[in-house]
Ligand binder design. Structure first.
Ligand SMILES: Cc1cc2nc3c(=O)[nH]c(=O)nc-3n(C[C@H](O)[C@H](O)[C@H](O)COP(=O)(O)O)c2cc1C
Length: 312
């Protein structure tokens, strides 16, 4: 018997968010999914998370937008995207034909915009949940202030939750002293699940030009380099909250994913690894299955949070 890998990421919520397995794509690394759907059966995944959507279309930041680092990459994309209207009229109807839940990642410049976008996406066939990007480090307004402040994060969550029946996942920034405070603040406002983490702020210098590589200097670090940071935050957040936690950061293999599950994540997202190999999320899934078979695990839920300290 293959192991049972099904998880529900919004168990207390009206609609729930049932995934046939815990492997999701990470926002911004899988575009809108259509290119990948030509390469493999994306219905094999647990869920697809879209690129970050803003109300108006965005052209994104000046090039270069990415820089290589020894164990990952720095990016400063600037939320290039087609805008909310196109997502509603063009993309969601296509997603509705897929047999995999699609989660739309939304980025508001203001707290009110999170409410506005949640209302506009509510009840649309093809959209299973929202993921709030309150932690994008690349735009000058909105994201950075909201995601780094527990009160503002709570208000953004409330704005979204009040305007939609969809489960609302809130994605945390690691660029704070205490991510647990943020997690508790958004959980209290009705976040159905918490995703940890977004990219870690970093910098690279071009020694020939004697300037930062990225035009805006700072970028978001992702890839294997941030895995221990992400694991630590998942572990700390999972200890503190009751809602499901989704682990994200540097996951490339089934073994990486198992570490996140043991640290308390109920699902994982695969991001930068997809740039090296578009099938990386499927490889992670295969790796989880093989690990469970080898270790005699019949239901993935047996290991979720098993590395957490026993409650006192
Ligand atoms: C090129 C690129 C674009 C990204 N765009 C978004 C985005 O639009 N919204 C978001 O919430 N996270 C975005 N992220 C962050 C990823 O979803 C993920 O949280 C982060 O990269 C850590 O996971 P990884 O190490 O597996 O890539 C982006 C990451 C990269 C590398």
């Amino acid at each position: 018997m293959p192991p049972s890998l099904a998880v529900d990421l919004a168990p207390g919520h009206k609609t729930g968010l049932a995934l046939r397995n815990p492997v999701m794509t990470a926002s911004g690394t899988f575009s809108w999914g259509f290119e990948f759907a030509k390469q493999f059966d994306i219905n094999a995944l647990g869920a697809v998370v879209s690129k970050g959507v803003t109300i108006a279309p965005r052209a994104g930041n000046q090039q270069p937008r990415v820089a290589e680092t020894p164990a990952g990459m720095l990016n400063s994309i600037g939320l290039q995207n087609v805008g909310l209207d196109e997502v509603i009229t063009e993309l969601a109807p296509k997603w509705a034909k897929w047999d995999v839940p699609v989660i739309v990642n939304v980025a508001g410049d203001t707290i009110d915009e999170f409410g506005e976008m949640a209302a506009a996406l509510d009840g649309l066939p093809g959209i299973a949940a929202l993921e709030l990007n309150i932690s994008c480090p690349n735009v000058d307004i909105g994201g950075i202030e909201i995601g780094q402040d527990p009160e503002a994060s709570a208000r953004a969550t409330r704005a979204a939750v009040r305007n939609t029946d969809l489960p609302v996942i809130v994605k945390l920034t690691p660029n704070v002293t205490d991510p647990v405070k943020l997690a508790l603040a958004v959980e209290a406002e009705g976040a159905a699940a918490i995703c940890a983490i977004n990219t870690v702020l970093g910098l690279a210098i071009d020694t020939k030009r004697r300037r930062p590589v990225l035009p805006r200097a700072r970028g978001g670090l992702s890839g294997p380099a941030i895995k221990p940071v992400a694991l630590r935050i998942v572990y700390d957040v999972a200890k503190a909250v009751r809602v499901p936690v989704i682990g994200c950061g540097g996951i490339r293999t089934g073994e990486d994913a198992i570490e996140f599950l043991m640290a308390g994540a109920s699902a994982v997202q695969v991001g930068t690894a997809t740039f090296a190999d578009p099938r990386a999320p499927l490889d992670v899934l295969d790796g989880i299955e093989a690990w469970c078979a080898r270790e005699g695990v019949e239901d993935l839920r047996e290991i979720i949070g098993c590395a957490l300290p026993a409650p006192v």
